[in-house]
Design a binder for this molecule. Structure first.
Ligand SMILES: [Zn+2]
Length: 258
């Protein structure tokens, strides 16, 4: 059994056949999917999807790409959603992005910090998107006096340096890895992935984005989490079953899913 720890089932790419995509994932051996919002509207939509399907959980948050139009009211509305619904297992997708996002870093930080604070004080982990902003993220996290007593979060779609990898492990973070680790362009990432603690790795797809190499150009689906598992098994020299068991245990512990 596998857990897709990061997907976007609300995406319009699934509007015509969402139920089939979900069923196909379950039929392929995915037992749990965590579907993440990227703004208020998509957070609401993912809650609806989670509440109407066993085995699907939601996370709510405002993604750095959507922070330009975000007001304090929107952020508070996200918190209200989290308070009023069950099946929410994390605050995300939140983070910093100096590659794609248009918002200046100051604005991104202004939206990120209250979401981090809320998660920390309410016992939710962060699901963090960090693109070309490792130093900025490091600065923010170091200021928070992390004492090691709780699991701060997961770095989704890890794509950073060896130094960043060390920092995340030292601070108690998990990392989630997707089908993209099998791309020819990810070759340099493999030795870095090998340095991760096995009890801190989760699998993800980031569906509908980042499909496996063999399916480039198509939309990604949670059932493709197997492709990430195969590559990860190869990287660590473990069996497919071991990777399934280890990453599933990790995701259950991380999201506190029984
Ligand atoms: Zn995502």
């Amino acid at each position: 059994m596998f857990i897709d720890s990061h997907c976007h089932l609300d995406a319009e790419q699934f509007d015509t056949d969402r139920e089939d995509v979900i069923q196909n994932a379950f039929d392929s051996g995915v037992s749990v999917m965590v579907s993440l919002g990227a703004d208020l509207e998509t957070s609401q939509k993912n809650i609806e999807i989670a509440e109407s399907h066993e085995g699907i959980y939601a996370a709510c948050g405002i993604h750095p790409e959507n922070c330009m139009e975000t007001t304090n009211d929107d952020i508070n509305e996200i918190f209200r959603l989290i308070e009023n619904h069950e099946k929410i297992v994390a605050v995300g997708e939140i983070g910093l992005d100096l590659h794609y996002a248009e918002a200046p870093i100051e604005k991104q930080i202004e939206v990120l910090i209250p979401q981090m604070d809320y998660a920390e004080s309410h016992g939710f982990p962060w699901v963090i998107h960090c693109r070309d902003a490792e130093n900025e993220l490091k600065e923010i996290i170091e200021k928070r006096d992390y004492d090691g007593s709780w699991t701060p979060g997961v770095i989704h779609c890890f794509n950073g340096s060896l130094e960043a990898a060390r920092m995340y492990m030292d601070m108690g973070f998990y990392v989630s890895l997707g089908c993209y680790i099998g791309y020819p362009s990810a070759r340099n990432l493999i030795p870095i992935i090998k340095t991760f603690r096995l009890d801190r790795i989760m699998l993800e797809t980031d569906s509908p984005y980042l499909p496996p190499q063999k399916k480039r150009g198509q939309r990604n689906e949670p059932a493709n989490v197997m492709s990430a598992a195969e590559k990860l098994a190869e990287v660590f020299g473990l069996s497919f079953d071991d990777i399934a068991r280890i990453t599933t245990e990790n995701a259950r512990r991380f999201f506190k899913i029984a």
